[in-house]
Design a protein around this ligand. Structure first.
Ligand code: AP5
Ligand code: MG
Length: 215
């Protein structure tokens, strides 16, 4: 592996961005910055941003760019992210892409491809740790002990936005606002496309193989 790696995970809701980001972070010793996780923490802490984000996230809508851009640029400039990072959930529209590419810029974008029909089932069976955010699935990736996080023993919960109506809205926004960004990175030779259907381990292997080829 040469030099710092600045990666972003792309893909629709439930495509496995968070799952694969956790695994890549361990392999390459990179910090993950998940804007969804940051917002869920703000909601838990009942901050001003948390109050604003709560209503929007539950309806499946995006949180305003000014807030998100500020969070990401602020975080990324701290020492933790100087040797590379994995972004999960950012950039999500053209404005966010322009802000990120202006001063920072990505090396690789990993796109996990799955069809909308697969999403509802995956998200209905997802559980996340209310304490550390670790991701589980009662069908595909159950915790060792029912309802308890393997990592920190926190309680596993269903995400508030994993309801059919919010999922439909999130998918619609993904197709209209986020999907067009793929073209930007593809044109610049920075895109890695991976089939998001298959076992979590096999998909991980495929991603690593593609990263090694590019780097
Ligand atoms: P965010 O938290 O980013 O949610 P999302 O984009 O909707 O994506 P998900 O987290 O639902 O899916 P994922 O791809 O991470 O899948 P996972 O790995 O969990 O954003 C939430 C909200 O925050 C947004 O809607 C918006 O309101 C706001 N927000 C965030 N970023 C923003 C931004 N930049 N600008 C504005 N607003 C923003 O996997 C899903 C499930 O499938 C899990 O149960 C997992 O175990 C399972 N699974 C994973 N891989 C497999 C596999 N290969 N086979 C079977 N099951 C699998
Ligand atoms: Mg996620």
């Amino acid at each position: 592996m040469k030099g710092p790696l600045k990666i972003a995970m792309f893909g629709s809701q439930g495509s496995g961005k968070g799952t694969q980001a956790e695994m890549l972070a361990k392999k390459y010793n990179l910090p993950v910055l998940s804007t969804g996780e940051v917002l869920r923490t703000e909601i838990k802490n009942k901050t001003e941003l948390g109050k604003l984000a709560d209503a929007l996230i539950n309806k499946g809508q995006l949180v305003p760019d000014e807030s998100i851009n500020g969070i990401v640029l602020g975080e990324i400039s701290t020492p933790k992210y100087q040797s590379g990072f994995i972004l999960d959930g950012y950039p999500r529209n053209m404005n966010q892409l322009e802000v990120l590419e202006k001063d920072i810029g990505l090396d690789l974008v990993i796109l996990l491809e799955i069809k909308d029909e697969e999403v509802q089932e995956r998200l209905a069976s997802r559980r996340v740790c209310s304490k550390c955010g670790a991701i589980y699935n009662v069908l595909n990736k159950p915790p060792r002990q029912n309802g308890i996080c393997d990592v920190c023993e926190g309680h596993l919960v269903t995400r508030d936005d994993d309801q059919p109506e919010a999922i439909a809205k999130r998918l619609q926004i993904y197709h209209t606002e986020t999907e067009p960004l793929i073209n930007y990175y593809e044109k610049r030779g920075k895109l890695i496309k991976v089939n998001g259907i298959g076992t979590i381990e096999k998909i991980f292997e495929n991603i690593v193989e593609e990263i090694e080829k590019k780097n």
